[in-house]
Design a protein around this ligand. Sequence first.
Ligand code: GLN
Length: 312
Amino acid sequence: IDHEFNRLREKLPLWLQENRRFCRDGKVASYIPELSKASGNHLGIHIIDASGRSLSAGDCGVAFTMQSISKVFTLLLALMDRGEEAVFDKVGMEPTGDQFNSMLKLELVQPSIPFNPMINAGAIVISSLINGSGPAEKSERTLQFFRLLAGNNKLDFDNDVYRTESASADLNRSMAYFLKDKGVLACPVDEVLEVYFKHCSINATCSDLARMALVLASGGRDPVTGAALIPRRYVQIAKTFMITCGMYNASGQFAIQVGLPAKSGVAGGILTLVPGKYGIGVFGPALNPKGNSSAGVRLLETLSKEMNWSLF
Ligand code: GLN
């Protein structure tokens, strides 16, 4: 392990530098207006090992919104609040092979529950399952849970991203109305969407992602204090979804090229982990056509191949 960590320390800056050129292959997301302000040239990575040692390279000081990465953790919170049976009553376990915001398969099965909790429709349903008297309490509980996992009390919402997304989210809104009509959503559409857009807008850095990932890599335990934060079974469920659906409709390709559980977001973040060993946060806002960080994915390919990290 020490040998591995030393090799990482020595090579990480070089591997980051080599993969920077792939930023040019991507485009910064603009359908959420605020996101278009990000610099497409940024690429950063932060890695924490199980003993708390960390390494970083590139533009890892830049904060960005978690977006779809947050879906992994709202799923975990909903599982802890409601249990496995209640959650999978409302959302399925299968990848779609479609884009994250597709409505194509919503009418395909009866009852009309979303295929999985990593696509927008599924994550919107998950938002409705988080305990709390109303959207404000649900959002606050979500934020506190994220802070606990990141070991960072400063984690907070980015209100500009929240507002501009909420003001331009006709597609997500129509999905929510559809689900409401089918009886899948128990609360009012506006309330569910408030919780959903809010958790997508939580600001983090690569080191926050790495720390949250390390909890998953450690089977739900805080690697530093040893405290059990999430039941092992739920971590297992979350990591399985990360493998099968975490990188949208490029999850199969990512499993072949990298072979680690991962979740990406449209602001350019990728959260991934090496079980038992490392939590990893990557940031590169230029996205490839499937919506994943173009240079970020390439950097993880390099790391996985060089370090022999693939689980398969
Ligand atoms: N908030 C974003 C949306 O609903 C999250 C999508 C993503 O990161 N892929 O479109």
